[in-house]
Design a protein. Sequence first.
Lengths: 181, 386
Amino acid sequence: MGRVEVRFAGFGGQGIGLMGRLVGEAVALYEGKNSVMTQSYGPESRGGASSADVVIDTEDIDFPKATDLDYFVVMSEEAYSKYIPRLKKGGILFVEEGLVTLDEQADKAKKIFKIPATKIAESLGSRLYANIAMLGFLCANTKEIVSEEALLKVMKTKIKARFVEKNLIAFQKGKEHQQEG
Amino acid sequence: MSNQDSEIPVVLTGQHYTTGNHAAAEGSIAAGCRFFGGYPITPSSEIAEHMALRLPKINGNFLQFEDEIASIAGVLGASWGGVKSMTATSGPGYSLMVENIGLGLMTETPCVIINVQRGGPSTGLPTLIGQQDIMQARWGSHGDYEIIALSPSNVQECFDLALEAFNFSEQYRLPVTLLMDEVIGHMSEKLIVPPKEELTIISRKKPTDPPDKHLPYKADDSLVPPMATAGEGYRVMVTGLTHDERGYPDLSPEAQDKAVRRINDKIRLNKDKIIKLEEYMLDDAKTALVSFGTSARAAKGAVNRARKKGIKVGLLRLITLWPFPDEKIDQLADQVDKIIIPEINYGQVTREVERAVHGKTEVKGDFRLGGAIHTPQEILKEIERN
C-alpha cells in the first residue's frame, strides 16, 4: 500500500478533530503503519469550517500535509465548497447527505457514499454521535483506511467511559446503513 | 525546594499518539523538569497548557508570568533553586527573552528554552511555520558565547531531544534551545516513551569540597564548575558582570579573558559529543541535501525519489544546529559537486554551509519564507535543475 490521504471536514462542534485523531491513532498504534494527523489551525477555525487530515503510509511520511485527497469525508456545506477542489480525480467521497448538497465538482469522484449521519445520531439522542456514525459507515465501505477492530480499540480508550456505549451503537448504525439508490 | 534528589520523574512509558508540543513537554518532564515559567504564545501554547496540567500533580510548579522577560528570569531563578526548569515560546517571545538568556549564559545556569518557530519578523505569521530563528538562537543575545540548539523532525524526536536538551543543559551548565517549528509542534504521530530505567538522565554536578573552601566558578578539566543550590550551605554568587572564580565582579581584561574563554571552550571542546547528525544515502552521493526540522522530512522524500531515477543524492540532517557541524560539512564539500539546503527562511543555514565549505563546492539554498513547507517533488526539481 502506498500513501493514502484522508480529510475529515465539517464545522466546529461536530467532532471532526476527534475523527482524525481516532483514525490516526488506530492506524499508527494498532496496524503497524505510519500516520500523521494534522488539524486546520488558524484564526479561521473558530466557529467556521473545521478539518482534520490523516496521511497514512507503510513508508516514512515525508510530507505531513494532505494535498491530493484520496478520501474526503465531508459533513458540512461550507467544508464541501472549500475542500472539494482538493479531492483527487478518482478519489472517494463520503457525504453527510442531510447537510451537504453535491454539485458537478463531485463528478470526479470514483465513488460517492452518502449517509444521514446526523439524523441517525439524533435517533440515538444526540447529534454529537454523527461523527462516529460516519466512521462506522466509512469502515463498512472501505478497507483501505483503517480496520474496524483497530478503530474500536481506540474508541474504547479515547472516548469518555459514559459515552462509549452510545458511540458504539452509533458506529454500528453507521456500519449497517445502506444508502439509497 | 531542596528535595529534588528524592523526586521520581513521572515517565509515561508506553505508546502514545500525540503532538510534537505534548511530546516535548513529556520529554522535559521525563528529564526531570519540575518548573515551567512562561507566557503562552502561538504555536507553542500547548506546551504551557500541558505543563500546567501535569506539573502540579508531580510535585512541580507551573507559573504563568506577566510576560516573557519575567518568564525567563523565573526560569533562571528556579534553576538556581535547584530545580530543572524551562520555558516554551515562539519568535516574538524569544526576542523578549534574549537579554536574560545572556544572563543565563554568563552565570552558567542550566535551563531549556523551547522555541516553536512561526513566520517572522515581528508578529509575522502567528499560526504558520517558520525556520527563521536559527540565527537568533545562535546570536540573539550580545557578547561572545557558544550555545546548543537541537532541531526535531518528528514527534518522537520532540520527546527525545527535549530530554537531551535538559541533559546538555545540566552537563554543560547553560540554557539550551530546542528549536521546533509549527508543523512539528502541532502534528500528531506515534510516540514511544521508554521505561524510566532505560532513559539516561543527567543532573548538574554538585560541589564536594567544604563550603568554606568552595569557589563557585572554579572548573576542573571539564571546564564546567559544579553548581550548588541556594540553601545548601555553599556561597551562591550570581552576577552577569564578568566575575572571578569566587563569583565576585572582576572588571579586568584578564578576568574577562578567563571567564568568557571558558564558557565558550566548554562547548567547543565537547562539540563532537553534542553534534548529532543523521546521514542518509550519502556514501556515493554527488549531490548532498542539508536540512533540518520539518524541511528534512521532504528532503528525505526527495532523496528517495531521486534515487529511484538513479540520481546520486544523499541527505545530511542536522539534529544539532548549534554548534554547527563545520568539519562534517567540510568533508562533504570534498565529496559532492553540490550542496542544496532546503529551509523555511531566506538563507540562514545556507550561509553557515557556505562558510563551512571553504569554497570547495557549489552551495545553493532552496528557500521558502514562512507559512509554506517544501514538498518532496519541489526539492526533487531543485536537484534535477542542471
